[in-house]
Design a protein around this ligand. Structure first.
Ligand SMILES: NC(=O)c1ccc[n+]([C@@H]2O[C@H](COP(=O)([O-])OP(=O)(O)OC[C@H]3O[C@@H](n4cnc5c(N)ncnc54)[C@H](O)[C@@H]3O)[C@@H](O)[C@H]2O)c1
Length: 431
């Protein structure tokens, strides 16, 4: 069977590599992080995925032992062994600025070893026009080869949700476009090995690039709308969840859940990738900017809501102890990128509050992280539940033993029964 190379072994690249390995394809997985590649060789990863009753660590071990997954830091080794290259290295954003050099460096390392007949398939989420305007010239410059004549280039966005990666690589429809028809055909064949659903053939890479961005930005807008609804219902003392349930009985309405903000890279970054292009064209993109602002401000507003109640019971954020239970960027995730819970933590600290947090899915040493829920809850004036982690036991009878009297619970997930919490003496706040 064929070999392929996958560049970037993160939340997308690793399970993608292992999915190909499950189909008998030998995968050279390339990542620049040496320490991480060593860990992978020892069957270790921070990523939480599972498939058919096996953890990603078990699948990783099996694939390496069968010789179907070869983690490496060497682009050269990978390209010497295959003519099909998939890129999953993303464009990180720091302080609102796109770190394009991270993605471009991966493309350069591919360009250096690119051969006649190779296919490069970009699956990273990128600003509109990146495949044609950035990837193509870098590959041509580094390799001295000509696109469409000597090598092939295509784009297919990645749509998986973390936690469902193995399943969705096989069942989520994907769209693909090439710089030319032959590139698209080759990319289609590569995708088809694992995708058993629909592969949509699009006319231009820009169609697929922009479609991906708007798929994510539309969720930003929808969540912002639900967050505004939650502000309204909070003032009116009506249950937002019930309103959403009722509204969604309309067959053409699909409101999303409000929360403490939008995390991860996918949704918040999508609009920023769009602005990267539209700012240059002086297009205002007012709706997308507004949605970003509403969702970015959520953690601040959550603290404001808590502060109002704290003040009512003669406490201040300053001198209060906050326990944040579950800090990943979304439910059942091990990813803290752009996590609204982590942003809330920073805002509390900036306001002079004291914070402990607990999340069994987040590995590694972090300041203020506690190893047990009891330690995090010890002496808490406020408990915040931003997300739902299935491996966190929510037992407020027990929690009561560790927290302050009249502790406030801010429950963004409706995990706790309000009446019961109040019976136990907690002050309950939900969204
Ligand atoms: N995480 C998701 O659920 C998801 C879903 C859809 C799309 N995406 C998109 O997929 C892309 C990857 O996302 P991710 O979550 O896997 O990112 P990630 O940060 O988890 O992984 C990226 C990996 O690339 C590696 N890398 C960086 N530079 C490299 C280089 N020059 N050569 C080889 N490896 C290099 C990093 O060390 C890292 O391990 C992004 O564009 C993202 O927007 C992510």
């Amino acid at each position: 069977m064929d070999s392929i190379a996958v560049f970037g072994l993160g939340f997308v690249g690793l399970p993608l590599s292992l999915t190909y390995a499950m189909y008998g394809v030998r995968v050279y997985g390339v990542d620049i992080n040496k320490e991480y590649v060593e860990k992978l060789k020892n069957y270790q990863t921070h990523i939480l995925e599972n498939y058919n009753g096996k953890t990603i660590q078990e699948i990783l071990k099996e694939s390496i032992q069968k010789g179907l997954f070869i983690p490496t830091t060497s682009a050269k080794e990978a390209l010497e062994n295959t003519d099909k290259i998939i890129v999953t290295v993303g464009i990180p954003i720091k302080n609102g600025i796109l770190q394009k050099e991270v993605f471009n460096a991966a493309i350069k390392s591919i360009g250096k070893y690119l051969k006649n007949g190779d296919l490069v398939l970009i699956r990273s989420t990128v600003p509109p026009g990146t495949t044609r305007e950035t990837v193509l010239p870098i590959l041509e410059k580094e390799s001295g080869l000509k696109c469409s004549k000597d090598f092939y280039l295509a784009y297919s966005s990645e749509r998986i949700a973390e936690g469902k990666a193995f399943e969705e690589f096989q069942t989520m429809p994907v769209a693909v476009a090439g710089i030319d028809k032959e590139s698209r055909k080759k990319a289609y064949e590569l995708l088809k090995i694992i995708n058993k659903e629909e592969i949509i053939l699009a006319s231009e890479p820009e169609v697929v690039e922009i479609s991906k961005l708007i798929e994510n930005s539309s969720r930003d807008v929808d969540i912002a709308l639900s967050n505004e609804l939650a502000d309204l219902t909070d003032k009116l003392n009506v249950d937002a969840t019930e309103i959403i349930k009722v509204a969604n009985t309309h067959k053409r309405v699909h409101l999303l859940s409000p929360g403490i903000g939008v995390g991860g890279h996918c949704i918040p970054y999508a609009s920023l990738y769009i602005f990267d292009k539209t700012d240059k064209m002086k297009l205002p993109m007012t709706l997308l900017h507004t949605a970003r602002e509403i969702n970015e401000n959520r953690p601040k507003e959550v603290l404001h809501t808590i502060e109002t109640v704290l003040n009512r019971i003669n406490k201040k954020v300053e001198h209060s102890k906050f326990a944040i239970i579950g800090v990943a960027m979304k439910n059942n995730s091990s990813d803290i990128s752009e996590s609204p819970a982590m942003r809330l933590k920073d805002i509390i600290l900036q306001n002079g509050g004291d914070v402990s947090w607990f999340d069994p899915n987040i590995n590694g040493n972090f300041p203020l992280k506690k190893d047990s829920i009891e330690e995090a809850l010890k002496g808490a004036d406020v408990i915040v539940i931003p997300i739902k982690q299935d491996n966190i036991k929510v037992d407020i009878d027990q929690w009561k033993e560790f927290t302050q009297k009249n502790a406030i619970i801010f429950d963004a997930q409706k995990l706790i029964n309000k009446d019961k919490a109040e019976e136990l003496g907690f002050v309950y706040l939900g969204i």
